[in-house]
Every structure is written in structure tokens, then in C-alpha cells.
Ligand binder design. Sequence first.
Ligand SMILES: Cc1ncc(COP(=O)(O)O)c(C=O)c1O
Length: 388
Amino acid sequence: MTTNQELPWVPLLVPDMPSPQELLPWLERMHAVRHYSNFGPLVQELEKAFAQQFALESEQLTTVANATQGLELVLQALDLPTGSRILLPAFTFVATATAVVRAGHQPVLADVDAHTWMLTPEIARAACECMRIDAVLPVATFGMPHDMRAWQQFERDTGLAVVIDAAAAYGSQWLQGAEGTLVFSLHTTKSLPAGEGGLVVSTRPGLGAKVRQLSNFGINLDPGAAMPVGALADLGSNAKMSEYHAAIGLVSLQKWEQHAHKRRTLQADLIREICLASGHSLAWQAQGPAGPQMAPTLLCVQLPDAAARTTVERACQEARIMTRRWYQPLLQHMDVLQQQCLSLDTPNAVQLAQTLLGLPFFWGITLEQRQRICDVVARASAAACSLK
Ligand SMILES: Cc1ncc(COP(=O)(O)O)c(C=O)c1O
């Protein structure tokens, strides 16, 4: 008889990266021209492909080393006074807030919608009535896209800049014909993996070009500018994407459609299987007003209460199924951030932080692993509910 101790763990995530064989032709191209970074041919090719997808001019977007740097540089490029208050959801990854603090501003933590788990324009409007807010940084939570027309209207009504942290939403979050600024992550766990990388897309005049300059130390590379090429125009950073990462991004882009379809199907199947097994007692992230996620990378279940979450978590641990409390604790409960942030009332975020659990989700999950997850989640959630 197999004991649990002998079972191999079901991992939480397995990156969906191109193979060395697929990368080789791109790396050979890179090596042939001896161009490894500094906006080389592969970065240019990747940016051209992105510009076509977003139907924008090439200077309206730029690649960066990662989304965290992308957010920080966008905030710097907005030229807000130091100490500006930036509204963001309490329920997000730490980088949303650390980018704000590192850009010299103060995060103001807002609640999220109970069903989509996102900061909405309505929540932002209510926050603006409570206190001075200088810009808004909504998050495309777990890749769920925002309604850009609604945020454009918000920008017009309030005069505040909105930047969407769309780290996990490549392929799901589009401009939808509206004005806007989006920051994507191309990290290995995201929907378009380049190992590390980011993409800033903005219709705001001059913002893409400014972020590009800031990503290259702040050095002017524009022969048409008032100052000479090579002169330091701004206090920038080094946040350029390398040619190695662009090569991975280009291969991932070729396979994106097929991979996205596989992951959409897999997520829908897993949710259906777990719901069936558990008698529909569980909740999942609701689709937002801008449609579904096109390439999901995570699977999060919401249990009825904190006790049920702990029961399911322990049962998974015993059955050697990895789980993760994504985006928890909330930002206002992290010692390092607590001092830096202002926090509004966030009842929905608090509820999520007590009830949400990330389950394994990756392409290549086996039938045995799926079955194990379904059985354990169903059994543990039924046991937790029967105790009430
Ligand atoms: C909401 C959010 N913002 C920002 C980031 C940071 O992205 P990167 O790893 O590309 O810096 C992440 C990464 O998971 C994220 O989930």
C-alpha cells in the first residue's frame, strides 16, 4: 500500500517555457550580430509584434526588464509631485505597492469587488470622496482584464492618471479602443513567458518614449531631442530587456495562441471537476466586465470561511498537494509596508485573505494529480461545511 509520504508532491506551478531547441535559432541570430542587449534586433522585433497587436505606434510601447521596474518607471514618467497618493488594491502582489514607494509616493490601499476581486472605478470614485488621491493603479487580478472604457471615463471625470498593473494579463488585457496605460509582466510564470521581462503600453503622449529613456539610465537616445544623443536627460535606472529574454519572448509569442487555448480549457475542466466533486460549495473569481481571462496561469478557490480554508489547506498538505495563499497577507498587514501605506476600509479584501487558496495549475498536470486534487478538496470542504 502506498502511504502519503511516498506520493510525489503535486507542484503548484510548472513554467510553460520554450525548449532549448526552440530557442537555438534565435540565440544563433543574436550571436551572429554580437548584439546581446541595448535595444538590439530581437527586442526591436518583439516590440514590433506588440505594436501590431495593440495597433499602436512603436514609440507608444516599450519592453522593460520586468513589470516591477515598468511600474516604477511609469510612475516616475508621470512626473507626479513626490509623496503623491496612489490608490491601489489591498489585495495584490507586493510589487504593486513597492513600486509606488520606490517611486517616492504613498500607496493608499482600497477594497476590491467581492466577485471579480478587482479595484473598480466605482471603488476608486468612492475613495476619492474620502481623501485626496493623485493617481490610481488598479490591478488585473490574476489576469482578469479591466474595462478600459470605464477607466478612461474615470480619468476624464477626475483628471487623475490611471495605470493598470496588468502583470498577469498579457493576452487578456487590451486597450479596447480606449486611452490607457498598461504594464505587463513576462516573468516565467506569466502568460507570455520570457524568463524575466515586462511591457509598458501607453497612449499617453510621450510616456512610452520616456519610460524607454528611463530604462536606459535616463540617457537621451533621440537625435531629434533638444540635447545631444548620449547626454543624461533624467535620473533613470537600468531596466532594459536583454536580447536573451527577447528571444524567449519571441518563441513564446509564436506558441501563445495554442498555449492559451490549452490553459483556458484546462482551467474550465478543473473548475468543473472540483465543483462536481464538492457539490458546488466553492466560489471562483467571477468574470469582469471586459470578458474572460484568455490565458489563465493560476487557479484560486474561495472557501466559505477561514476554518474551511484551513481544513482544505491541511488536507492538501497531507495529500502532498502544494497550495499557496496568493496575495496574502494583505499589504496593510505586512510590517515593511504598514508604515508606508494609508489604508481605507477593505472588508472584501479581508474576506478574500481569509478564504482564498491557490491550487496547483499547470499544463501537463496528470489525471492522477487532477483526481487527487478533486478528491481532497471535495472531501475536506464537505467535512468543513458539515461542522457548521
Ligand atoms: C500584480 C503583480 N504586479 C507586479 C508583478 C511583478 O512582475 P515582475 O515579476 O515582472 O516584476 C507581479 C508578479 O507576479 C504581479 O502579480
